[in-house]
Ligand binder design. Structure first.
Ligand SMILES: [Zn+2]
Length: 107
């Protein structure tokens, strides 16, 4: 919609410039031609700058998450985790409890 308005306005400026040319004021007419061309240029340039940049942040989330022992609540590091048969097992070094890690949907 803005593009159509800019095109319409630039056309009006162009016609006014043409009128100045016909009445002998060439310098003013050429100036208005230049303005109308500039408006058209702006109208098309605006379209290009409307490209939306998409930022997708992947990575770092899995390694930086903090695991907590469900028995004593202590923070667990990677060494407390063990992958067996596709499941993650936890061996807490603080309370010595061992259990299989339940899948959480936020991962
Ligand atoms: Zn524990």
């Amino acid at each position: 919609m803005e593009k159509v308005l800019a095109m319409g306005f630039s056309f009006v400026v162009f016609v006014i410039g043409l009128a100045f040319l016909i009445t002998g004021r060439i310098a003013l007419g050429l100036l208005l031609f230049a303005v109308s061309l500039f408006l058209v240029f702006l109208a098309f340039r605006k379209k290009e700058t409307m490209i939306i940049e998409q930022k997708i942040d992947i990575g770092g989330e899995i390694n930086s998450r903090i695991l907590k022992c469900k028995n004593c609540g202590a923070e667990l590091n990677k060494e407390a985790m063990e992958v067996k048969l596709g499941a993650v097992f936890i061996a807490c070094p603080y309370c010595s409890s061992q259990y299989q890690l339940e899948e959480e949907p936020k991962w």
